[in-house]
Ligand binder design. Sequence first.
Ligand SMILES: NC(=O)c1ccc[n+]([C@@H]2O[C@H](COP(=O)([O-])OP(=O)(O)OC[C@H]3O[C@@H](n4cnc5c(N)ncnc54)[C@H](O)[C@@H]3O)[C@@H](O)[C@H]2O)c1
Length: 434
Amino acid sequence: MNITIVGTGYVGLVTGACFADWGHNVLCVDNNEKKVAMLRRGEMPIYEIGLAEIVKRCVDAGRLAFSASIEEGTKFAEVIFIAVGTPPGYRGEANMSYVEQVGRLVAQHMDGYRLLVEKSTVPVNTGEQLKRTLAKYLRDDIPFDVASNPEFLKEGTAMEDANNPDRIVIGIESERAAVLLRQVYAPIIKKSGCKLLEMNIASAELTKHASNSFLAMKISYINAMSRVCELAGADVKQVAQGMGLDKRIGAQFLYAGVGYGGSCFPKDVDAFVHIADRLGYNFELLKEVQRINKAQREHLLQKIQHELWVIQDKNIAVLGLAFKPGTDDVREAPSLFFIPQLREAGAKLRLWDPIGAEKFAELYPEQKYYKDIMECVTGVDLVLILTEWPEVKQLDLAKLKAAMKVPVIIDGRNIFEPDAVRAAGFTYHSVGRA
Ligand SMILES: NC(=O)c1ccc[n+]([C@@H]2O[C@H](COP(=O)([O-])OP(=O)(O)OC[C@H]3O[C@@H](n4cnc5c(N)ncnc54)[C@H](O)[C@@H]3O)[C@@H](O)[C@H]2O)c1
């Protein structure tokens, strides 16, 4: 099949590469000409394990190409996926201007039937708005369909997720759209045996927000539990293990820490609360999820403050800038909360991240970045751990202690065992453990 993907960011590029790898002919369109030029040179704008190899393989095989022209994209394929950003608007609602723009432009260039598929995470009923937009901007009476196909990949394991999906959800309104989408996913359904769920468009749109909000709720639940554990002298890791082995609960997303971040959870929960409000339902449960998430960061900041007493002029090594390991994405990362706060308080910051430093440096070019983790921690008054990179987990505690001026660790990811770290001579604060 010929498939066009509009928006060649995290989702668009991973999806395009996988579709091509499954045997389709894919054209990835992006209006960022610099990005398209990079991709044409074989350079990846994002880091994701296995992505560069698959892109190269598919480009070499002539099944994957890149373009900055939406006109070319519209002419190229009957099925057009929209994978542009839906960033937060200023009141927390999703900014739909990129999606709307794609709808308008596709309508202007259509020369025959097209199926426009929402892959971006969008508010429920976006399908209706897209249909209205297409109808408004179409020159002739050309038939079209709109469908929803939310994306569930996780950054850091995106290629693996796309090739082993738990399920594929499609929201459709016509048999023609259903047939096309079944055809798109036939290769991976055959290979992985995953379920294809067909539903109406509004239900598919809602499934995505409902899933992300539920996962954010799980994180906030265990973070709230971590506060109780600290007060009660319990260990949240042990409690989480005890809970997670119950199949009804499951162990994933039960890690207490600095709270959820990244390009999806914060914005999707905000957007969903906003949508529910607009529909007439006050989703107080999710508002509390948001409050707990913010409070978790403040609580860790207080631990730093308590430990240093005065932050001004203290040397602090921050280990981890990306919002999670395996990615260079720093959007809404906890580091973007802590670093401005610590800078404001006058700390001298030394920053380390094996992959995310470059993207972080675009926002804070004047900060000091270290490639070598041991050089980063040398002479510091405190180490703050924000991302559970393997390099941090594998730190030699004796060497770390010898390198630091004062052996204090604030561990926002519960990487170390408290007894072992304290036995090694550190003052150690983690999350939810006495
Ligand atoms: N990143 C994730 O892990 C993830 C997972 C699931 C769903 N999503 C959702 O997928 C969508 C895309 O997310 P992302 O992380 O890939 O975003 P991104 O910012 O990495 O990529 C979006 C791309 O769209 C391009 N773009 C914007 N307007 C355009 C236009 N008019 N024409 C062509 N290209 C245009 C931008 O230049 C950019 O390259 C969002 O709705 C997001 O919530 C993201």
